[in-house]
Design a protein around this ligand. Structure first.
Ligand code: SF4
Length: 384
């Protein structure tokens, strides 16, 4: 079966390297065979995060554009339901949730913009930029070090015109505690790869050639646990006096609700939700880079990923499973390839035919192989 299967080689990106480091078999299915489940449970957290991210990226002027895109997408989902594609109800669930999520995302973005307006001295050098780079994973040039082809998308690269420092701005949302979410971020794969990509991008800007970004600006919000609903209708308050029972004679304030829920009321409730949590739930801060651009840890991770990126992918046993099984239930979800991992390979063609579809990678023009990483001052450790 596997001999006949078409396999693909595509540039590495943060999520595929991460997958490869966690489980080579998942990497093979997702990034070399390019198979994905035909039906996937609706991931509320992922959808909420990407909607919020999109709104923050586009800024206040982009709200109506994102709203229109969401409505268009809901119509697309409804047409798929009409066409009988929603066998498990996942599409209907997604369509139902999207309005709710847009309102929550807009409230989150508004709170962030109010609390941290963009500084006027931050000049945007790049925005929503997809960057491809290609470089040799070592020196000297005559040694057979592998070539790394890397692709990634950066939210923003900004120049602080007061300090002349260059930052990568990244937005994050989390349903957990912000401090918990950021644990280890500064040495994470994402942080390091963004730095490489941004450094390569700067080489194309005459004013910043031979520079590397100085750090990160992280903007992070916790997702409010409240949703827009009946409490967000307009209301009038009145005093109510109990006329019987144990509270007879006592007075309390009551509300008469009317009409449909209003976003302005929901936003006000979200502002209160964030205010109750103090500074913890919305944060914006800068982190300076303190380690080399290409530390040995990152070289090792990239070297391993390059091996599996190019290995013939028709021998599944060459792509070992995660025997710790931790990635099999990563983020509280069972891996979409679990059925295959639990089944004899002889049964795979039938399972793949019924449960998965092939999504080949989009082929972009080949990148050149110039190492665009700016040269760093060599440390004593590097010279050893
Ligand atoms: S089920 Fe587990 S071992 Fe199999 S591909 Fe997924 S993460 Fe890897």
């Amino acid at each position: 079966m596997s001999e006949e299967r078409e396999t693909y080689i595509q540039p590495l990106h943060q999520s595929s390297i991460n997958r490869c480091l966690r489980c080579r078999r998942a990497y093979m299915f997702r990034d070399r065979w390019c198979i994905i489940p035909k039906q996937q449970p609706f991931a509320v957290a992922a959808s909420q995060g990407s909607l919020t991210h999109r709104l923050i990226e586009k800024g206040p002027d982009g709200i109506e554009m994102v709203r229109a895109q969401v409505q268009e997408y809901i119509q697309h989902l409804l047409s798929r339901i009409d066409a009988g594609e929603d066998l498990l109800g996942y599409i209907a669930q997604e369509a139902n949730e999207l309005d709710n999520q847009f309102n929550k995302a807009l409230a989150m973005a508004t709170v962030l913009w109010e609390k941290y307006p963009r500084p006027k001295h931050h000049k945007i050098l790049a925005k929503e930029k997809t960057i491809d780079i290609s470089f040799r994973l070592g020196k000297p040039e005559d040694m057979p070090f592998p070539i790394v082809n890397l692709r990634g998308r950066l939210d923003e690269i900004v120049l602080d015109e007061k300090s002349s420092l260059i930052y990568i701005r990244d937005y994050k949302t989390t349903s957990r505690d912000v401090t918990y979410t950021l644990t280890g971020y500064h040495y994470s794969l994402q942080c390091r790869l963004y730095r490489l990509l941004a450094g390569a991008f700067l080489q194309d800007l005459p004013d910043h050639k031979n520079r590397s970004p100085d750090g990160f600006i992280l903007e992070i919000l916790q997702v409010p646990t409240i949703s827009m609903g009946s409490k967000d209708r307009d209301y009038t308050e009145y005093e109510y006096t109990f006329t019987r029972g144990s509270r007879k004679g006592e007075t309390e304030m009551r509300r008469d609700y009317e009409g449909e829920p209003q976003f302005s009321n929901y936003l006000q409730r979200c502002r209160g939700w964030y205010a109750e949590r103090g500074d913890e739930a919305v944060q914006s801060f800068a982190v300076r880079f303190i380690e080399p651009v290409l530390p040995q840890e990152l070289s090792l991770a990239l070297g391993l990923a390059v091996i599996y990126q190019n290995l013939p992918a028709d021998v599944p046993s060459a792509f070992p499973r995660d025997t710790t099984a931790s990635y099999c239930k990563f983020m509280n979800r069972i891996c979409p390839y679990y059925d295959l991992c639990c089944t004899d390979e002889a049964a795979w063609p039938a399972i793949i035919e019924s449960k998965y579809e092939v999504k080949p990678p989009i082929q972009l023009e080949a990148t050149d192989c110039d190492p665009k990483i700016p040269k760093e001052k060599e440390s004593e450790d590097d010279k050893r």
